[in-house]
Design a protein around this ligand. Structure first.
Ligand SMILES: [Zn+2]
Length: 103
């Protein structure tokens, strides 16, 4: 059987970028979103339009700013799942870990 992530997306095989989004304010206790895409700019534009991520869609509606803070190129969906399992997203975030200036 094929492994699928919780939202039904096919994992593995496709090579793309894993990306981390930081929200300026927490929404439902979440301040980060980790995603996978073969085209990050297109994917972020879709999120701004409310597609692809309920969290970012809701944040955009509420006027909470969010931005891309980190990406890992040439990865697959397994890498994304691995990061989610192994790390707290705040520890991967350059803003929250103090490596990037807060705005
Ligand atoms: Zn952060």
């Amino acid at each position: 059987m094929e492994r699928r992530s919780e939202n039904g997306r096919r994992l593995g095989h496709i090579i793309g970028s894993v990306y981390l989004v930081h929200l300026n304010r927490a929404l439902h206790g979440a301040r980060h979103y980790l995603g996978f895409s073969t085209n990050i700019p297109q994917r972020l534009a879709a999120h701004k339009a409310g597609r692809g991520s309920p969290l970012l869609g809701a944040a955009t509606k509420k006027g909470i700013n969010w931005r891309l803070v980190r990406s890992w190129r040439k990865r697959d969906g397994y890498f994304e799942q691995d990061l989610k399992r192994r790390y707290a997203l705040a520890d991967l975030c350059p803003v929250c870990s103090g490596k990037m200036k807060r705005t």
